[in-house]
Design a protein. Structure first.
Length: 225
């Protein structure tokens, strides 16, 4: 029984391959530099940015392979469904950059070159404008206070007295038993009064907790914990 080998390379030319991969590379690098320039938190990852570039080119390659063939598209979905990623995304905007390079790669791979360029430049400009003018920033600065106290005794009332004196508002977030029940950890979100420093709050709480550990996290919503 004869077997014929069908050449599918005619669906795209060498020029299409070169343009799609080159354009997706250039635009992904542009997006990577925008991400690096606008990154605020402490957990910057070079590997993540390099992955963005690789992902953009890979999506362009996949779109070239799939083309308009539905059977190949379903086969590709089945093949990629076995891949599992266990790395946690620390920032929601990181997900946005992943989808951005995927969209640009898809546009380049399907040979919508103008769309890929315009979309990458326009969205990058929007990101830069939001970074430059600090859009949607909250002026309310809150802290997280962790206090460890013995399980017996009315320590909660004493802690709240200190918080009333040093903060304009506070809220109990969680109560947890730690060290096998030897201590209880209380976690509050607070907003310090004007003129009050975190060190003053720590000293005041330390006097009411029997010398147990007191932690004040400042700017917890601006950094990665």
């Amino acid at each position: 029984m004869p077997f014929d080998v069908q050449d599918l390379s005619g669906t795209f030319s060498v020029g299409d391959i070169a343009i799609s991969l080159s354009l997706s590379f250039v635009l992904s690098v542009l997006i990577g530099w925008v991400y690096r320039f606008t990154h605020r938190n402490i957990s910057y990852s070079q590997s993540y940015v390099q992955t963005l570039v690789i992902l953009g080119m890979l999506i362009a390659l996949i779109m070239l392979v799939v083309g308009s063939n539905i059977a190949r598209a379903f086969a590709l979905v089945g093949a990629l469904s076995v891949v599992r990623f266990r790395n946690a995304i620390k920032e929601t905007r990181d997900v946005g950059f992943i989808f951005l390079v995927m969209g640009v790669g898809m546009a380049a791979g399907t040979r919508f070159y103008t769309l890929a360029i315009v979309a990458a430049v326009a969205i990058s400009l929007v990101i830069l404008v939001m970074y430059r003018f600090n859009w949607f920033a909250s002026n309310i600065q809150r802290q997280v206070v962790k206090v460890q106290v013995p399980p017996d005794g009315d320590y909660v009332a004493h802690i709240q007295d200190v918080l009333i004196a040093h903060t304009s508002e506070f809220e109990l977030v969680s109560i947890e038993s730690i060290r096998g029940g030897a201590l209880t950890e209380l976690m509050y979100t607070v907003r310090l009064r004007k003129g009050h420093e975190p060190g003053q709050l720590i000293s005041a709480l330390g006097e009411r907790t029997g010398g147990q550990r007191v932690t004040v996290l400042t700017g917890y919503d601006q950094t990665d914990l």
